[in-house]
Write a protein that binds this ligand. Structure first.
Ligand SMILES: NC(=O)c1ccc[n+]([C@@H]2O[C@H](COP(=O)([O-])OP(=O)(O)OC[C@H]3O[C@@H](n4cnc5c(N)ncnc54)[C@H](O)[C@@H]3O)[C@@H](O)[C@H]2O)c1
Length: 114
């Protein structure tokens, strides 16, 4: 199975790596070009015990990929997870602008049942 995870933060990177560890082909997508460049070079931007070894191993074995461009993988994936941030809005509610931006982008790119 091929999946994409949009948003490669604490949730996206950890869950994407764990899916890859289970044998799933995972593409982690993020708008932060520096972060994606770092990850492609094997540098892990957050600390979680054991995460670095798992990222490097799955990357080396070709199950874990990093990109800034959802369109490069959308045709191959069966499932897209959104793991972008939902920071507190001015009134304390969740600011959904990043979630909605991903949904819009996904809606424009989708060409098959996903
Ligand atoms: N971190 C936690 O412990 C935790 C626990 C439970 C729930 N959550 C929820 O999970 C979600 C993600 O949290 P997080 O801590 O991983 O956030 P995070 O800020 O660490 O990561 C979010 C990532 O999304 C990226 N992003 C933003 N817009 C994007 C877009 N249009 N396309 C691609 N990437 C985009 C950002 O660059 C960032 O790298 C939030 O809704 C949060 O509330 C987090």
């Amino acid at each position: 199975m091929n999946i994409a995870i949009v948003g490669t933060g604490y949730v996206g990177l950890v869950s994407g790596t764990c899916f890859a560890e289970m044998g799933v082909d995972v593409t982690c997508v993020d708008v932060n070009e520096d972060k994606i460049r770092q990850l492609q070079a094997g540098q892990i931007p957050i600390y979680e015990p054991g995460l670095e070894d798992m990222v490097l191993r799955n990357q080396r074995e070709g199950r874990l990929h990093f990109t800034c461009d959802l369109s490069t993988c959308i045709r191959q994936v069966d499932i897209v997870f959104s793991a972008v941030g939902t920071p507190p809005d001015e009134d304390g509610s969740a600011d959904l602008q990043y979630v909605l931006a991903v949904a819009r982008q996904f809606g424009q790119l989708i060409q098959k049942y996903t």
